[in-house]
Design a protein around this ligand. Structure first.
Ligand code: ADP
Ligand code: MG
Ligand code: ZN
Length: 617
């Protein structure tokens, strides 16, 4: 898809600012000076005397000369009394003045007082006032963007955080991401060092990873470490109802950032704004696309030497518009993944800093039990455990609180729901089935706990396996075994009760997903070979189902894929049934024990298995 370029980078807008108000003040000042000057020259000099005195002076023949103006009469006395002999008086309507002056033999003349200044002022001042008010209000509301669009700024609350307190010390379990970001910190601290050698600085860094893994936290940590201002805005804040507002906001954000460089601009949840542009017949995504285009234009436009790093975070990189990922934009992607066992321990260590722990609490064990937890989940877990301990008036948080908090978080809160005895029996067989199959197969994670206590929605019971280490690669046999364990629940119901229930829906779904991935993505089917059948973009970090997109393959291939998936599932199903039939006696005993105790630890299960005698039917 082509990316439309928007003419007019960030540099063009500089000329659009309002005329400098200083020029206006110069004009005003000059006029004021003129007025003062004129007043100074026009006001009559000399001694101010009352009109009556003036008249008597005239009659007394003491006045030598006068100039009669519109409002004033200025004159000079004949003989010097005390220094100055100039005088002036305010003119009064006096028809006999000229007569008197003639009689006294005073030399007189008319004086024309210029009226231009008051006249000009009478229309200039209102105009100046209007202009003044106008600029005043616009500066208050709008500013550089001026007038109508100015509300875009006021609503966006774009402000730079100048003193971010987060550092890399506050983030754990994402060492690789932190390592990559350290480079960015170095650059922000000392941009010149890198640019003088002609090096190109990364412009955009995209943090991708599942929710709650600390992407937002990492971005803040970069700002905190580099001690630079941090502009942050969420992608959804750009998308408004009114067309053009988002684009104006982007422009605003970048023009502010340029004044604060070096700095970081962080756009959280980039997917809200950067979704792929689509050709829609309705043209309904006008606003979002305009905003996205503006973002692309700004990223291309700003000076790469300005030391502005644009960071963004998303947990759905697959929906982003490809134009965003092009060189010069978010060309650096940093994976922020869920922490492994050691990472989880480190994250826990950070979050228990302000919690009173009993000495018996073993964070390593907690880390082992929380596979799949993201950083935010672990923070939540610590808090939950602390709350539980407080509710029980304990003086410190102990291991039991953590255990319960984990159980709660894993399967939702314990639910007081009545399950009839028939249902309980089915659930017990089902969970025993999972546990026994998992124990019987080679290389499976040991069973940690079996429970038939109903929790949350949907989960009527669970069998928890505890990994002894984190895995990054699976072999085909591991996958088949995992499918077998998943189908162990359903198989136990069949073997023991000869009837099946709806309780296996989630198991079946997961097993089918596995089988399908084996066939279409991992090249593990003999019939289909190594071909990767593109299933469209998958939500890599979220459990949201993506719309089913069928890849580019024929109907025949589709049928073949379905057949292969089915055959893998059948294979796993048969294996599970075989194991459970051989261990029919064990299945019975584990189920009875479960019905009795509701929860069973892995150690107890292993003990029962060791004592079991395999039987052949
Ligand atoms: P994301 O942006 O990836 O969804 P956040 O950065 O918003 O995740 O994380 C939410 C909270 O979870 C953080 O404020 C922090 O308390 C905790 N957290 C998440 N990941 C980590 C981590 N790797 N180390 C320490 N704390 C974390
Ligand atoms: Mg976030
Ligand atoms: Zn199950």
């Amino acid at each position: 898809m082509a990316s439309p370029q928007i003419p007019g980078s960030s540099k063009d807008k500089r000329q659009l600012t309002t005329p400098k108000p200083t020029a206006l003040w110069w004009v005003l000042g000059a006029l004021l000076l003129l007025a003062i000057g004129q007043a100074f020259f026009m006001t009559p000099g000399g001694r101010q005397i009352p009109y009556s005195e003036f008249k008597s002076l005239v009659r007394g023949g003491q006045v030598a000369e006068v100039a009669v103006g519109d409002t004033h009469i200025r004159g000079v006395l004949k003989k010097t009394e005390s220094g100055s002999n100039a005088f002036s008086t305010t003119r009064i309507d006096d028809p006999k003045l000229v007569e008197d002056l003639d009689q006294a033999g005073v030399k007189y003349s008319g004086e024309l007082v210029s009226r231009w200044l008051p006249e000009i002022l009478s229309w200039v001042i209102p105009i100046l006032l209007i202009i003044g008010l106008w600029t005043f209000f616009f500066r208050r509301i709008g500013g550089a963007e001026g007038g109508v669009m100015s509300f875009a700024r006021s609503k966006a609350k774009i402000f730079a955080e100048d003193d971010v307190k987060v550092s890399f010390q506050d983030v754990a379990g994402v060492d690789e991401a932190a390592q990559e970001l350290r480079e960015i910190v170095e650059f922000l601290k000392n941009p010149r060092k890198y640019t003088t050698l002609g090096g190109k600085i990364p412009k955009g860094v995209l943090l991708v990873g599942p929710p709650g893994t600390g992407k937002t936290l990492l971005a803040r940590a970069v700002a905190g470490e580099a001690k630079v201002p941090f502009f942050s805005l969420s992608g959804s804040e750009f998308v408004e109802m009114f067309v053009g507002v988002g684009a104006a906001r982007v422009r605003d954000l970048f023009s502010q950032a340029e004044t604060k460089a070096p700095c970081i601009v962080f756009i959280d949840e980039l997917d809200a704004l950067g979704k792929m542009r689509v050709q829609s017949p309705m043209g309904s995504h006008e606003e979002r696309e305009q905003t996205l285009n503006q973002l692309l234009a700004e990223m291309d436009g700003f000076d790469p030497r300005k030391a502005i790093i644009i960071m963004a975070a998303t947990n759905r990189p697959e929906v982003l518009d490809p134009a965003l990922l092009r060189p010069g934009r978010f060309d650096r992607q940093v994976l922020v993944d869920k922490p492994d066992i050691r990472g989880r321990e480190a994250v826990l260590r950070i979050h228990v800093k302000n919690v009173k722990l009993s000495p018996a609490v073993d964070l390593t064990k907690i880390a082992a039990r929380t596979a799949g937890f993201a950083g935010a989940d672990l923070a939540n877990l610590v808090n939950e455990a602390a709350l539980l301990a407080a509710r029980r008036d304990k003086t410190a948080v102990d291991m039991a609180d953590f255990d319960e908090a984990i159980d709660r978080l894993i399967a939702g809160l314990e639910k007081k729901r009545v399950i009839n005895s028939k249902e309980r029996e089915i659930i017990a067989y089902h969970e025993s089935g999972h546990a026994i199959v998992a124990s019987a197969l080679e290389g499976m994670d040991p069973v940690h706990k079996i429970s038939i206590v109903a929790r949350g929605f949907g989960a009527l019971g669970y069998t928890m396996q505890l990994p002894t280490e984190d895995r990054y690669l699976m072999q085909k046999q591991d996958l088949v075994n995992q499918m077998t364990v998943l189908l162990g629940g359903r198989s136990a119901e069949e073997v023991a009760l000869g009837a099946i229930s709806t309780g296996a829906q989630n198991d079946l779904q997961r097993a089918t997903d596995l089988a399908r991935s084996m066939v279409t993505e991992w090249g593990m089917s003999d019939k289909l070979g190594l071909v990767h059948f593109d299933q469209g973009r998958r939500a890599r970090f979220l459990d949201v189902p993506m719309p089913l997109e069928r890849g580019a393959y024929s109907e025949d291939t589709a049928q073949l894929i379905d057949a292969e998936v089915k055959s893998l599932l059948n294979q796993a199903h048969n294996e599970a049934r075989r194991i459970l039939s051989e261990q029919r006696d064990l299945l019975e005993r584990v189920t009875r024990r479960l019905l009795e105790k509701e929860v069973m630890e892995g150690a107890e299960l292993r003990e029962m298995i060791d004592n079991a005698v395999p039987q052949t039917t």
